[in-house]
Design a protein around this ligand. Structure first.
Ligand code: NAD
Length: 489
């Protein structure tokens, strides 16, 4: 791993910051980053003190004065250069994401590709930021709407997408004329340091202030400084519903804007008309990929009673073939959970499942040399009713609940019958069922798929979910409007 840090020009004891201050010298606590892959220490990153936070914010506010005067297509050119640097560093960054977070190398590369894609999208967008012209009720008058930059955008990100989700926000915010202050997850600080360094270089090479792309490291307390800060008009926060409830209230209290991207509890409906080969692949990829640690992970399967036993047997067979191990080894399908706390949550969920349902495929923690970090677990399947508390809650682990339905309306009611509303899917070759699922009386989620699974997202569409998922939209379509203030002239 030292090689990769070297290639990315990062010291294992990272002390740099976007304001040129040395975080360690100033006495901030150290965050130790441990890989869930083998339990080894990657390095230490200084956590920002309040004093450092304030000087970084000053730096961002000063940078905004310069950045907002740069024409949008020229801001797009800077984002294009950032995308080029990401292309050059793709394999090193992909490995770092895989090693620090625990997802497979292919998924690590996929995350970097998502960053590249959103840069491309943002470059095009930088020449398309537009407002509409309307007819005025007054004679000889013209009325129109224009969009102006907001200022400092605070980005709080989760451990499971340590780089892509930040880029979804940052690339759009930059072309919109905003500057960003990023508070990454304390579980994946090196991924953040690597990305910030790359963009800092691009800015330096273009004689632009580094404060356009700021980084503050630390735990929830550092996040609280950001969410409570009246100098930050927009907070985009990705993480658990528990976090979003606090962040949403704090930002609303000071009349700030927020984009909340929170937990999911995603279901797939499998109808008698489904192609069961496509369905099985979709379920396994959605339920087991990233060890069940995606916001869009498939957590519930709602299966028609006439095919229930066949689907269950197919899954038992498929789960028996899953290879668990080092995610950098491309022969393995599933890597570790992020840390011991995640393992504890997984085990506590298993206890609850055992008291409220029937186990179909046993879970458990793996031991032995290949699993020395203690974070490797088995993917589990259980039959538990939808209304049970454990099914209503998002457990961030590879646990899949099976349930039966009789009528399509019952299936849609079950799918919608949870507090979260991120992603959903139906497997069917019936146009009537597919269209019903996509209609206003169908899925209540932000994402509704037909004949593909719940997980994965394309950057071209607006990404986000309803209900306790928070209602935010990021990435493509017109999500950019949230990063600007609208003015009627
Ligand atoms: P988390 O809520 O524990 O932490 C997320 C981030 O919020 C971290 O940077 C953390 O330091 C910060 N934070 C926590 N409490 C805070 C507070 N009071 N004030 C300010 N910041 C605070 O989530 P996690 O365990 O890192 O990630 C997993 C969760 O994220 C899952 O629930 C998953 O579904 C969700 N997620 C959602 C999306 C989405 O787009 N909807 C995407 C990725 C992850």
């Amino acid at each position: 791993m030292e090689n990769i840090l070297n290639n990315l020009n990062i010291e294992p004891k990272h002390s740099g910051s976007s304001s040129g201050l040395n975080w360690m010298d100033l006495g901030g606590e150290l965050i130790t980053s441990c890989s869930p892959v083998d339990g080894k220490i990657i390095g230490e990153v200084g956590s920002s003190t309040r004093q450092q936070y304030d000087s970084i914010m000053d730096c961002a506010l000063e940078a905004f004065k310069v950045w907002r005067m740069v024409p949008a297509p020229k801001r797009g050119e800077i984002v294009r250069q950032f995308g080029e640097e990401l292309r050059k560093n793709k394999s090193n960054l992909g490995k770092l994401v895989s090693y620090e977070m625990g997802k497979s190398y292919q998924e690590g590369l996929g995350e970097v590709q998502e960053m590249i894609d959103i840069c491309d999208f943002a470059v095009g967008l930088s020449r398309q930021l537009s407002g509409i012209t309307l007819h005025s009720e007054r004679s000889q008058h013209r009325m129109y709407e224009q969009y102006h930059p907001l200022g400092v955008v605070g980005i709080i990100s989760a451990f499971n997408f340590p780089v892509a989700v930040w880029a979804w926000n940052a690339a759009l915010a930059w072309v919109c004329g905003d500057v960003c202050v990023w508070k990454p997850s304390e579980k994946t600080p090196f991924c953040a340091v690597a990305c910030q360094k790359i963009m800092a270089n691009v800015l330096k090479n273009n004689d632009l202030p580094e404060g356009v792309c700021c980084l503050i490291n630390g735990d929830y307390q550092v996040g609280e400084w950001l969410t409570g800060d009246g100098r930050v008009p927009l907070i985009s926060a990705t993480g658990s519903t528990r976090m979003g409830r606090i962040v949403g209230a704090t930002v609303a209290e000071r009349f700030g804007k927020s984009i909340l991207e929170l937990g999911g509890n995603n279901a797939m409906i499998i109808t008698p008309d489904a192609d069961l080969n496509i369905a099985t692949v979709g379920v396994v990829f959605g339920a087991v990929g990233t060890a069940g640690q995606r916001c869009t992970t498939t957590r519930r399967l709602i299966i028609h009673e006439s095919i229930y036993n066949t689907v269950k047997e197919n899954l038992i067979k498929a789960y028996a073939q899953i290879k668990i191990g080092n995610p950098l080894d491309e022969n393995n399908h599933m890597g570790p959970l992020i840390d011991q706390d995640a393992v504890k949550m997984y085990l506590s969920a298993i206890d609850k499942i055992k008291s409220s349902g029937v186990v179909v495929v046993e879970g458990g923690v793996l031991s032995g040399d290949d699993y020395s970090s203690g974070c490797y677990v088995k993917p589990m399947i259980a039959e538990v009713d939808n209304d049970k508390e454990i099914v209503q809650t998002e457990t961030f682990a590879p646990i899949l609940y099976l349930m039966k339905y009789n009528s399509i309306q019952e299936a849609i009611d079950l799918q919608n019958g949870v507090p979260q509303g991120l992603s959903s899917a139906i497997m069917t070759n019936s146009v009537r069922e597919a269209e019903g699922f996509l209609s206003h009386a169908g899925s209540d989620c932000g994402i509704a798929n037909v004949n593909i699974g719940t997980s994965g997202a394309e950057i071209g569409g607006a990404f986000g979910g309803e209900k306790e998922t928070g209602g935010g939209r990021e990435s493509g379509s017109d999500a950019w409007k949230a990063y600007m203030r609208r003015q009627t002239n």
